[in-house]
Design a binder for this molecule. Structure first.
Ligand SMILES: [Zn+2]
Length: 181
C-alpha cells in the first residue's frame, strides 16, 4: 500500500521543508508500513556508505597493457591482410588485360611482330632526321673561319676558368668562422 506523499518523501528527505519533515516524522510514528520502508532504506544507505571504494584488482594495469598490445597486433594483422587483399585484387584486375595482351601475341605473332617492326622503322626515321640535323649544324660550323674557332675556344676556356675559380672559392676558401672570403 502506498502513502503519498510520504513514501516519495522518504526517498528525498534532504530536500524536504521543515514542515514536511515534521509531517513525515508524525506519519512514520503512526504508520508501520512507511516506518518499515524507512528502515529498509536506511539500511541500504548505510551499507552503501560503509562499502569500501572499489580498488582496481591486482594486475589490472598489466592486463590493460596486454589488451592494448593485443589490439595493436590485431590492427597490424588487419592492415597486413588489407594490403595483401589490395595486391591480390589489383593482380586480379590486371590479369585479364595481361591475358588479353598475351593472347593477342600468341594468336597472331606475325602481326604483333610487324607492328613492332613498324615502330622500329618510325624510330629509325626519327634517328635519321636527327642525324640530318646534326650534319647541317656540323657543316655550318665547318664553314666558319678558323679564326672564329680559336676565338670561340678561348671564350669557352675563359668561361670555364671563371666557373672553376668560382666553384673552388665557394667550396674551399672558408675562413675559421665559416664565412666565405
Ligand atoms: Zn504510511
Amino acid at each position: 500500500m502506498k502513502h503519498p506523499p510520504f513514501d516519495s518523501w522518504l526517498f528525498d528527505q534532504e530536500s524536504l521543508t521543515a514542515d514536511e519533515g515534521e509531517a513525515l516524522r508524525q506519519h512514520l510514528a503512526e504508520c508501520g508500513e512507511c516506518r518499515a520502508l524507512a528502515e529498509a532504506l536506511g539500511a541500504v544507505e548505510g551499507r552503501m556508505l560503509a562499502a569500501e571504494p572499489v580498488a582496481p584488482e591486482p594486475g589490472f594495469v598489466s592486463r590493460w597493457q596486454l589488451r592494448l598490445a593485443q589490439a595493436r597486433a590485431k590492427r597490424k594483422r588487419r592492415q597486413t591482410w588489407l594490403i595483401l587483399a589490395a595486391t591480390v585484387g589489383g593482380a586480379l584486375i590486371l590479369a585479364p588485360f595481361a591475358g588479353l595482351l598475351l593472347w593477342s601475341v600468341l594468336s597472331s605473332p606475325t602481326e604483333v611482330a610487324l607492328g613492332w617492326l613498324e615502330r622500329l622503322q618510325a624510330l629509325s626515321v626519327g634517328v635519321q632526321a636527327l642525324r640530318g640535323f646534326l650534319t647541317v649544324v656540323v657543316r655550318a660550323l665547318q664553314d666558319v673561319n678558323a679564326l672564329w674557332w680559336v676565338a670561340m675556344l678561348l671564350g669557352a676556356a675563359w668561361i670555364s676558368g671563371l666557373w672553376a675559380g668560382l666553384l673552388y672559392r665557394i667550396a674551399f676558401k672558408t675562413i675559421p668562422n665559416g664565412v666565405s672570403k
